[in-house]
Design a protein around this ligand. Structure first.
Ligand code: FES
Ligand code: FE
Length: 463
């Protein structure tokens, strides 16, 4: 394990206190740390880049950023997905300047060298035998290729060719994530291209919040209870203007910085059925209150694909918000509607670093391929109203991140610490069937803290 030293002599261990669970604010804007993060985190771990329904056909591609590196996410003639560095091996021009397109030969716009979707060098124009010289083989002139994993339709990649497998990276989170991403035979699709916004803030302000900060909802999103959807049915779910009851549930965190908040569906099921949820089977509960994106007709397929333990979680305490370390967030939101029903939205975000005090907020809106069209249209509308920085909820969030980043540059305030000292004192609830670290009751800081623990682990790992 290393303890990198910054140019002023500060070590990583001076910035984070693992005993008192504090992090110095300087980490939210320090340029040297940012470069270390690109090398030790974004070049080493698995990073979410795209959904495979964005590139359904042979030759389709999208341009994305993997940390500070531009990459092309492509599909070849055999249907295989590839991720290649979008840097020409000739003189370093971007091979493609397009955000999205279709081609079997990515031709660099500078001198015309061309590459297959898998990154293999095809050749150079004009004098095919000598304009790329005779000093290097064609294999040596291929684009740099990342290792790729497609999970539940999501495309992840890493430059760490010999590092942990994707399943190892997910670790204990996989048990829970399967209930969202791998629950139907047909799988999911994106409802259009991702929204993109530039936020003048450090990527970690959003990412550590995405590691399941439920607490801020009571204050920053207070309007949800006062004039928003939870105000429409005051007290019908024990909620109304006071959002405090919504803050109770089960939270899960893992050794790799993945976390989730699981909500208790018991009150909602009781309101719909008038029955004690304990009297209903897991399949009955899923049928009366299908998770966002599902219908009652889809439940038998879901039940056939997952273990009884996973179905138990899904029907009683499903993950509603969670993150993929380092910079991904997902939301499977159950929202009460004016007619007393519950509707849902599904979204996936990434907070793509663009420098120590800037990131791109990307927002994919999702549905199951089998979701009925009118339900897809409703999910798209609801997501746009609530999520992304065009949505009411995350406008609130994206107002805080730049303030934190600016404050972290102050001569005095850079040494103020972020605190994560609210700890779960209880372990897993009785009968909880899932793995990982689990706490129940009012939301705490353990999930956010696990983000920093794994940040620290990667930042101090020997290369
Ligand atoms: Fe790409 Fe010359 S830089 S062909
Ligand atoms: Fe929020």
């Amino acid at each position: 394990r290393s303890n990198p030293v910054l140019s002023d002599g500060t070590r990583i261990s001076d910035l984070i206190n693992l005993d008192t669970r504090e992090v110095k604010m300087r980490v939210l804007s320090d340029a040297e740390l940012y470069q270390l993060e690109m090398e030790k985190i974004f070049a080493k771990t698995w990073v979410f880049l795209a959904h495979e329904t964005e590139i359904p056909n042979s030759g389709d591609f999208v341009q994305r950023d993997m940390g500070s590196d531009s990459v092309l996410v492509t599909r070849d003639r055999e249907g295989q997905v590839h991720v290649v560095l979008n840097v020409c091996t000739h003189r370093g021009m971007k091979v493609s300047t397009l955000d999205v397109g279709n081609t079997q030969a990515h031709m660099c716009i500078y001198h015309g060298w061309a590459f297959k979707p898998n990154g293999d060098f095809i050749g150079a124009p004009v004098d095919k035998e000598c304009m790329h010289g005779k000093m290097m083989s064609k294999e040596q002139l291929s684009l740099t290729k990342a290792r790729v994993a497609v999970y539940g339709g999501m495309i992840f990649a890493t430059w760490n060719l010999d590092g942990p497998s994707f399943d190892e990276f997910l670790g204990d989170a996989k048990f829970y994530y399967d209930t969202m991403w791998c629950r139907t035979t047909s799988g999911m699709e994106v409802l259009g291209p991702p929204q993109r916004f530039i936020i003048k803030a450090n990527w970690k302000t959003a990412a550590e919040q995405g590691a399941c900060d439920g607490y801020h909802t009571l204050t920053l999103h207070r309007w949800l209870g006062e004039i928003g959807p939870y105000a429409k049915k005051p007290n019908a779910e024990g909620g109304g203007a006071d959002l405090t009851p919504e803050m109770y549930g089960v939270e899960v965190w893992t050794d790799h910085g993945h976390t989730m908040r699981c909500i208790d569906l018991g009150r909602k099921v009781h309101r719909i059925t008038g029955r004690d949820p304990a009297e209903l089977s897991a399949q009955e509960k899923l049928t009366v209150l299908p998770p966002p994106g599902l219908t009652a007709e889809m439940i038998p397929d879901v039940v056939s694909r997952l273990s009884p333990e996973q179905i138990e979680i899904m029907s009683s305490n499903p993950p509603q918000v969670g993150n993929f370390f380092p910079n991904g967030l997902f939301e499977f939101i159950y929202l009460p509607t004016a007619d007393g029903k519950v509707t849902g939205a599904m979204a996936l975000h990434t907070y793509v670093p663009m420098g120590p005090d800037k990131f791109m907020f990307m927002n994919w809106i999702l549905a199951e391929k089998d979701t009925p069209p009118e339900q897809k249209a409703a999910m798209l509308r609801i997501s746009c109203q609530f999520l992304g920085t065009s949505g009411m909820v995350e406008q609130d969030d994206s107002d805080t991140w730049p303030h934190q980043t600016i404050v972290s540059k102050g001569a005095m305030s850079k040494n103020i610490t972020l605190k994560y000292q609210a700890k779960y004192e209880t372990g897993k609830p009785d009968g909880w069937p899932g793995p990982g670290h689990v706490g129940s009751g009012f939301t705490k800081d353990d999930t956010n803290w696990s983000f920093w623990q794994y940040w620290h682990e990667l930042m101090t790992r020997e290369s």
